[in-house]
Design a protein around this ligand. Structure first.
Ligand code: SAH
Ligand code: SF4
Ligand code: F3S
Length: 449
C-alpha cells in the first residue's frame, strides 16, 4: 500500500473540534498514500494548515503562519528539497483563490468538504506545477469516501467522531453556514462502524461532533430518521465504550428524547455545552437565534430535573451590534440564573458576508472589552465555585495520560475537569473511582477509593 514511503506531513489545526477530527481523517487518508505524521514543519514534505474563519483573529493567524512557512520553504528549496504548503478548512472555503493571491507560495487550497480527494489533489498539484484551488461542495458525500477502510490511526482513549456537519440556522454573526454548507447527518450504521473501530483501537470515550449536533437526523437501520437521543442510546450498546459526549448543541433542538438520555443512560456524561450567546431577547432576535432567554433557561431546568447533577457550559458574544448596557445586563443576569461550570466568551467580530457585519450600530472596541472583562470575571467565579463544590465528591475518572511526576496520572471527570491522582497500579485507559480532595485553578486532585 505504501506507494511513496518516507513522506512526512505536518498538520496544524486551528478552530473547533470538527477541525481536529478532520485533521485526523486527513492523516488517515494520507497514511494510505505513504505519509507519516511529524510534529515540525522543518522536516515535512507537506504542511497543511487546517484553518478557522469564525473570528477575524482566527483567520488572520493563518497569514502570519504562512509568512513563517514561506521562509522554511525558501531555505528548503535552496537545498533542493521541496515542501508543499496546503491551506484547508474554513478560511480555505471562505477565501479560496484570494489565499493564493495574498500568499503565492501556497500550493493547495481546499475546503472542508473535499478531504477525501486529498490524494488526487496532491497528484494534480505535482503534475500541473501550479496551485490547485478546490472549494466546490462536491456532490459525492465526503464521509462516504472517507469511510473507505483507510488505516484508523491510534487516537488515545478519548476520540472525536463527526456525526453531523454544516448548519442551516444562519445566525446573523456566523460564517459556519457558508464555510461548512448545509446540514448533513451521517447514517447511523456508518457512525456505529466507526465507533466500533475506535473502541477496538483502545478508545473508551467518544464525543459526537456536529456544528448543530442535536439537530442530528441521520437514517437509522430501520430506514427512518433517528434523533441524536436515539443514536446515543444505540451507541452505548458498544462493548467497551464507557462514555459518550456530544457537542455543539443548539437550544432549539434539545428535544425530550435527548433529555431522556441524560436521565436514563449512564454512558451519556452529565455535562452539556449549550451556547446561548446573549441573555437579551432583543439581541437574540437580531442574532436570528430563534429562541428567547426564557426558552433557554427552561431547557436548562428540564435538563436539571432529568439529571440533577448535570453541569452546563456555554458560549457568549458581547458587543453584538446594537447591544445596549441593558442588553448586556440581561446577559449577566442569565449567567447568574443558569450558573455555569465552564464557558467561552468572545467579543463580537465582524465577519465578511454575514448580515450583522453590515449593521450600522457596531459597538466600540473599548465597550466590548469592558463588557467581556466583566462577564469573564463572573464566569470565572462560577467555574471556581463549581470546582470547589466538587471537593469531597466521588467521581469515576477515565485515565488519559501520565502526570508530570513519577506515579502520577491525569484523568477526566464526568465534567471534563482534569483530575490528578497517584497510583502505582492504575493504567491509561482505566476507569477508576476517586474522591476529590482538592480544587486548583484549572484542575482537581483526588484519591482512588
Ligand atoms: N454551532 C454552535 C457554535 C459554533 S461557533 C452554536 O450554534 O452555538 C462557536 C462559537 O463562536 C459560537 O457559539 C459563538 O459564541 C462564537 N462566534 C461565532 N461567530 C462569532 C463572531 N462573529 N464573533 C464572535 N464570536 C463568534
Ligand atoms: Fe453558527 Fe448559529 Fe449555525 Fe451555530 S447555529 S453554527 S452559531 S449559524
Ligand atoms: Fe472555525 Fe470552521 Fe470550526 S470557522 S469554529 S473551524 S466550523
Amino acid at each position: 500500500m505504501n506507494a511513496e514511503p518516507d513522506k512526512k506531513v505536518f498538520i496544524k489545526t486551528y478552530g473547533c473540534q470538527m477541525n481536529v477530527y478532520d485533521s485526523e481523517r486527513m492523516q488517515d487518508v494520507l497514511a494510505a498514500k505513504g505519509y507519516v505524521g511529524t510534529d515540525t514543519p522543518d522536516e515535512a514534505d507537506l504542511v497543511i494548515l487546517n484553518t478557522c474563519h469564525i473570528r477575524e483573529k482566527a483567520a488572520e493567524k493563518v497569514y502570519s503562519e504562512l509568512g513563517r512557512l514561506r521562509r522554511v520553504k525558501n531555505s528548503r528549496g535552496k537545498a533542493g528539497d521541496d515542501m508543499l504548503i496546503a491551506v484547508a478548512g474554513c478560511v480555505a472555503q471562505a477565501e479560496g483563490e484570494e489565499i493564493v493571491r495574498r500568499a503565492p507560495m501556497v500550493d493547495l487550497v481546499f475546503g472542508p468538504q473535499t478531504y477525501q480527494r486529498l490524494p488526487e489533489l496532491l497528484d494534480r498539484r505535482i503534475s500541473d506545477g501550479t496551485a490547485v484551488v478546490e472549494t466546490e461542495f462536491p456532490v459525492e458525500d465526503k464521509f462516504d469516501r472517507l469511510d473507505a477502510p483507510t488505516r484508523t490511526l491510534a487516537r488515545g482513549v478519548s476520540a472525536f467522531l463527526t456525526v453531523q456537519e454544516g448548519c442551516d440556522k444562519f445566525c446573523t454573526f456566523c460564517v459556519v453556514p457558508y464555510t461548512r454548507g448545509a446540514e448533513f447527518s451521517r447514517p447511523v450504521e456508518r457512525i456505529a462502524a466507526e465507533a466500533e473501530r475506535l473502541v477496538a483501537a483502545g478508545v473508551r470515550e467518544i464525543t459526537l461532533l456536529g456544528q448543530n449536533v442535536n439537530a442530528y437526523h441521520g437514517s437509522g437501520p430501520d430506514g427512518g430518521a433517528w434523533s441524536l437521543g436515539r443514536l446515543l442510546g444505540f451507541l452505548s450498546g458498544i462493548e467497551g465504550l464507557e462514555r459518550l459526549r456530544y457537542t455543539t448543541s443548539h437550544p432549539r433542538d434539545m428535544n425530550d428524547e435527548l433529555i431522556e438520555q441524560h436521565a436514563s443512560n449512564p454512558t451519556v456524561m452529565p455535562y452539556l455545552h449549550l451556547p446561548v450567546q446573549s441573555g437579551s431577547d432583543r439581541i437574540l432576535r437580531a442574532m436570528n437565534r430563534k429562541h428567547t432567554a426564557d426558552h433557554y433557561v427552561k431547557v436548562i431546568e428540564r435538563l436539571r430535573r432529568a439529571r440533577p447533577d448535570i453541569a452546563v457550559s456555554g458560549d457568549f458574544i458581547v458587543g453584538f451590534p446594537g447591544e445596549t448596557d441593558a442588553d448586556f445586563e440581561a446577559t449577566m443576569n442569565l449567567v447568574r440564573t443558569v450558573t455555569y461550570a465552564q464557558a467561552y466568551s468572545f467579543k463580537y467580530s465582524k465577519r465578511p458576508g454575514t448580515p450583522a457585519a453590515d449593521h450600522e450600530d457596531q459597538i466600540a472596541e473599548e465597550v466590548q472589552s469592558e463588557r467581556l472583562a466583566r462577564l469573564q470575571t463572573l464566569l470565572n467565579e462560577q467555574q471556581k465555585a463549581f470546582n470547589e463544590a466538587c471537593v469531597g465528591r466521588r467521581f469515576s475518572l477515565l485515565l488519559e495520560r501520565p502526570g508530570r511526576y513519577e506515579g502520577q496520572l491525569v484523568g477526566r471527570s464526568p465534567y471534563l475537569q482534569a483530575v490528578h491522582i497517584r497510583s502505582a497500579k492504575a493504567q491509561i485507559g482505566d476507569m477508576v473511582e476517586v474522591r476529590v480532595e482538592k480544587a486548583g485553578a484549572n484542575s482537581l486532585s483526588a484519591d482512588i477509593i
